[in-house]
Design a protein around this ligand. Structure first.
Ligand code: OAD
Length: 233
């Protein structure tokens, strides 16, 4: 079937009970991006930033994957071609739903990163300011998440995948944060079929060949069934 590249955002985890960023009452309505999602905010007030990510880590740990996460994992295992899942999400619900080799371009709540030496290790449930790096001993442990002003992870690999894509699907993302919002242009440039699946039309909906609107647990499950040529149970 060729290569399918999938980009997911907060909307795919919404029905698992995790808040999105920009919907009414979303995370960015309750917290300032500058305070909790920038290196400068962390330098100013690490306790506030750790508190924000500790709370998100706790919520994510209690959440269960939904049928959209599971459907994408099934597509990956049952499709005759290659299925690459790139996510902006820092939760682990794709993996919990059975997906493999997920490219977490904005990092993961499960990880800790030393801001001084770059060492990575599994994050404890609760991170505290001043926590020591197990490798260099510096008191510079931070969540292994990508903040505004930082380079997302795996960009070379993602660009290579997009350059070989036959289908590009963006799911549950508002199309407001780059570079992810620009992936559809990369896919269009190689004549991939591009499809957006979202609750509402995103900011970049006009860039896609096709838009499917609805909750991810319905429209993603239906789309996967179509790709696999099976009828939804
Ligand atoms: P947003 O909160 O910006 O967008 C979520 C999208 O999901 C919206 O377009 C909603 O309409 C849609 N949505 C909500 N519920 C849905 C459902 N049940 N089914 C399908 N779609 C649904 O989240 P992202 O686009 O993921 O980055 O945000 C991108 C990045 O901005 C995040 O990774 C984060 C944030 O700031 C960083 O923190 C660096």
């Amino acid at each position: 079937m060729g290569k399918i590249v999938i980009l997911t955002g907060a909307g795919i985890s919404a029905e698992s009970g995790l808040g999105t960023f920009r919907d009414a009452g979303g995370l960015w309505a309750q917290h300032s991006i500058e305070d909790v999602a920038t290196p400068e905010g962390f330098a100013r007030n690490p306790a506030l930033v750790h508190g924000f990510y500790n709370a998100r880590r706790q919520q994510a740990a209690a959440a269960q994957p939904n049928s959209a996460h599971r459907a994408l994992a099934r597509l990956q295992s049952d499709c005759s071609g290659e299925v690459v899942i790139v996510t902006q999400n820092v939760d682990a619900l794709h993996e919990a739903g059975g997906a493999r080799d997920v490219l977490h371009m904005h990092g993961t709540l499960a990880g800790a990163l030393c801001a001084a030496c770059g060492h990575r290790w599994p994050a404890p449930d609760m991170m505290e300011p001043g926590e020591l790096c197990p490798r260099c001993g510096g008191a510079s442990a931070r969540p292994d998440v990508v903040w505004f002003g930082e380079m997302p992870y795996y960009m070379d690999r993602i660009m290579d995948h997009l350059a070989g894509a036959d289908i590009f699907a963006a799911i549950g993302t508002s199309g407001q944060v780059y570079p992810a919002a620009g992936f559809v242009q990369e896919a269009n440039a190689v004549n991939a079929h591009t499809v957006e699946m979202n609750l509402d039309r995103s900011y970049i909906a006009s860039a896609f060949d096709e838009t499917r609107l609805g909750p991810a647990t319905q429209i993603v499950v239906d789309w996967v069934a179509e790709q696999l040529g099976v009828t939804r149970a």
